[in-house]
Design a protein. Structure first.
Length: 152
């Protein structure tokens, strides 16, 4: 008879390790896709020419970038899920379900964040601005960060 070592709550079983690995890979791919596809910039100089002083009327530049809060939310979901899976390692079906739900939540967070970014960007936030007027728009916070620069 070959002695076997008892499994502890922290030692992964044969079915849990691939689930944990998949959860980490889904998180990494979702974060990378969000980081790459949520960047954009646009600029506009209404009036086009220069006035009598030789200076342009004014330009606006808007830059969209990923929000650190989305990355923080993804990392939080991952760490909470891994901790809960480690605590419930004795029940494989519960651990699998926790991992699957966390992976779905992280993927959904990335898709929703990208959708909000694209929808906000599609509204062309610079369309109604004209030189000499303040710029006002509804920002896509917390799904993206926006940098607005107005030069005169």
């Amino acid at each position: 008879m070959v002695p076997t070592q008892p499994q502890t709550a922290l030692a992964p079983t044969s079915t849990e390790s691939p689930r944990r690995r998949r959860l980490v890979v889904v998180t990494a791919i979702s974060a990378a896709a969000y980081a790459v596809f949520s960047q954009a910039s646009m600029g506009r100089c209404p009036g086009g020419g220069s006035d009598a002083t030789g200076l342009g009327e004014g330009c606006i530049s808007v830059t969209l970038s990923p929000s650190p809060l989305v990355f923080l939310a993804m990392a939080s979901i991952l760490l909470v899920a891994l901790a809960r899976i480690a605590r419930r390692a004795s029940d494989a079906s519960v651990a699998e379900r926790l991992g699957d739900r966390a992976a779905a939540a992280i993927g959904l967070l990335a898709v929703v964040s990208l959708a909000v970014c694209y929808l906000w960007w599609a509204t062309d936030p610079t369309a109604g601005w004209s030189p000499g007027e303040p710029f006002s728009t509804l920002l896509p916070f917390p799904f993206a960060s926006v940098d607005i620069e107005i030069t005169r």
